[in-house]
Design a protein around this ligand. Sequence first.
Ligand code: MN
Ligand code: MN
Length: 469
Amino acid sequence: MAKKEKQSETAKLKEKLLIQKKNAVIKLSDEEIAECDKFCEGYKDFMDKSKIEREAVEYSVNLLKENGFTEYKKGMKLKAGSKIYVNNRGKAVIMAVIGTAPIDEGVRLCAAHIDSPRLDLKQNPLYEDNDLAYFKTHYYGGIKKYQWTTIPLALHGVIIKADGTSVTVNIGENDDDPVFCITDLLPHLAANQMTKTLAKGVTGEQLNLLIGSRPFKDDDESGTVKLNIMNILNQKYGITESDFISAELEAVPAFKARDIGFDRSMIGAYGHDDKVCAYPALVALAECRKPVHTAVTVLTDKEETGSDGNTGLCSAYLRYFIADIAEALGSDERTVLSASQCLSADVNAAFDPNFPEVNEKNNCTYINNGVCLTKYTGARGKSGTSDASAEYVGRIRRLMDSNNVIWQTGELGKVDEGGGGTVAAYIANLNVDTIDLGVPVLSMHAPYEIVSKIDTYMAYKAFKVFIED
Ligand code: MN
Ligand code: MN
């Protein structure tokens, strides 16, 4: 008897003093799990319709309009409850709901990115080699090149024709659409290739998209496969070869978002990084009615290539927006930014039992353990990080706990194993309190990535309580 009591004392003390690492499934009721699963049906729909940044912006703007948001123009009158958005060149979008508190108290900002690693077509992409037609590509973002061969690829994007009109391209997603593919060497003849490292087994210039094989048939002038493809493209899109120069065409995996596992607990899809944070942040803001502090969400482009360019977060477009609403509400940019708080919403690498050696097990994130708070990112001695203050981490931690958001903390891999960062530093550099928060992902940057439904829902809950606090 005495021994048993002592054990329960130990258990009590453990609970009081030590971190309890528990799978979120254990902590949630069946109703709550069903709520997570329901939310993820919407997410899967978004994923199938938003493979590239332009499509994610279109989806977002439609959802915002349905929820009473209007396009903001400088000089527009704003008051508590005003719902506005700004579309930056069709590739990034900022949305806001004006709060009841004075704007001098700052905004609650969520930032996620809607671009994902992919293969962009070069500006002169079309060529023929030994009676096969191809598109030359230049990969976008960090990829393991060998992963992009022998999978079905779709083509998304826009072409601006010589006369200035534009054509939207989306081919390879419908079941009766053709798809495209990058070939790889058969194992029988790959003895030399197989001795190369994974980094060199398939090179950037071998990522050529197979797009056709039949020549154009016409009396004497037959024999050109390239001409036949260009003729098909001319009939379908009204373009000529030079129009590729002013096009943005992106080859992306033609997979649809699907449940993973007998228990349907996970989702496999292309581009979870970072749409698994963008969608929850979008929905949380679209549902926001009249917050205390002005809620702002930015879904940005170009994160995967370093955030440069006018649609990336190193551009001034976010600052200009804050300056405009600050002015409209009788304040100024620096006052508002200095009082603002931000969740930089990007994915983190989930612990993978097949590759345990890259993680330090006490400080990495696990599937189904909730949304991940990351105090700092960077590489080699935290280089390039904004490193959130203990005070700010403390505030966000209390906020999550008091609203039953299941969360965990972790960093991206072991010290000096590699590393990486996201837009947090660029926002923190504007004198905004900023912390990374996001969903753990398996196989990040692969053509098919995996997340947990519960973690995805917890991201939504985290953004909701943050912008409504
Ligand atoms: Mn990311
Ligand atoms: Mn990424």
